[in-house]
Design a protein around this ligand. Structure first.
Ligand code: AHZ
Length: 312
């Protein structure tokens, strides 16, 4: 409870409404935490709320127009990658672009909308690192609720100072440049082309709504298997001529699928590392269905690949 006096409530905006009067000092507001009928909030002008959001969001966009790493997709692979990369290399500016309003991809539930999440060993080590509790069933472990993993990795990632997440933002295209290492023959990925997802979904109903761009020497794509937006980069590599054809995801085989995804995590085109289930569409590997260890381990491997690129 603040010790407040009504007559000390400051003028929050100047008369024109254009200039902030600076940060408010606690102790000068009429506010009280009283659940017996006299709960009072510190005063605010509506424009302050707008400005509090706008200046932070657009400063962040301005700053992240040049990033070190862009991660496309905040599913289990993208988030695991972001955590490992950001904690290993706190010097890198890591920008995650997620098309959905809610980050987390398919990792809010286990299989067939049931809540438990199965993780095969040794990927349980990542759960231990994050402090996510699980039950040990021998060859695999079970997290009581998939959302416990996803909310934990998400909150850890968001708390890291070198990571920003732009959700409700879709990657619409990749930036490409001539690859200096290939005598003018090849191309390398040098960033992403973004738009608000609601705009991206309406290109066929409105005339041209141009996008925005973020440059980055390393892009990590984690957009999942085929779906409304899934396998985005794999498909774009085909239409750009950097990949002859999609391998297409094969039927379910947990024992083949999980190691194939982890061991296949790599720089699939210069400047572009692919992780998670998007790789199954790129390489034509099996799906594993509701077991998530490969997504975590693939994310970690993608982070290691990025670190390798920065160190060479
Ligand atoms: O919204 C997508 C999701 O959160 C996001 N995404 C896709 N395209 C995007 C784009 N721009 C920005 N163009 C985009 N974001 O990427 C995220 C992918 O998450 P996911 O959980 O679908 O993929 P994952 O590879 O991290 O995990 C897949 C887990 C498995 S395995 C499996 C099976 O074998 O059937 N099914 C799932 C969901």
């Amino acid at each position: 409870i603040y010790n407040t006096q009504r007559d000390q409530v400051p003028q929050l905006l100047d008369k024109s409404g254009l200039k902030d009067t600076g940060p408010l000092v606690s102790g000068t507001y009429d506010c009280k935490e009283d659940y017996n009928g006299d709960y009072r909030f510190a005063p605010i002008e509506e424009a302050q709320v707008s400005r509090a959001m706008i200046k932070r969001y657009f400063n962040m966009m301005y700053e992240r127009a040049i990033s070190d790493v862009v991660i496309i997709g905040a599913g289990s692979a993208g988030l695991s990658c972001a955590y490992h990369l950001a904690t290993s290399r706190p010097d890198l500016k890591i920008t995650i672009i997620e098309a959905n309003v809610a980050p987390g991809g398919g990792a809010w539930l286990g299989g067939q909308l049931m809540t438990p999440m199965v993780v095969r060993k040794p990927a349980d080590r990542f759960l231990t690192e994050l402090g996510v509790p699980f039950e040990d069933e021998g060859a695999f472990v079970v997290v009581r609720h998939a959302a416990l993993f996803t909310s934990t990795v998400l909150s850890r990632v968001l708390a890291l100072p070198n990571v920003v997440l732009m959700n409700a933002t879709a990657v619409e295209d990749l930036i490409v440049r001539p690859d200096p290492t290939s005598q003018g023959q090849g191309q390398r990925v040098a960033g992403v082309v973004t738009n608000w997802t609601l705009v991206a979904l309406n290109h066929d109903t409105q005339s041209c709504m141009d996008p925005n761009v973020i440059t980055a020497p390393v892009v990590i794509t984690a957009t999942g298997h085929d779906g409304p937006m899934g396998a985005f980069s794999a498909k774009r590599l085909v239409s750009m001529g950097l990949l002859k054809e999609l391998g297409n995801m094969r039927g379910l085989d947990m024992n083949r699928a999980e190691p194939a995804i982890v061991n296949g995590t790599r720089e699939v085109a210069p400047g572009l590392i692919m992780t998670g289930m998007e790789l199954s569409e790129h390489d034509g590997s099996n799906r594993m269905g509701p077991t998530f260890g490969a997504m975590m381990a693939s994310g970690i491997k993608a982070a290691r690949e990025a670190i390798r690129i920065f160190e060479t």
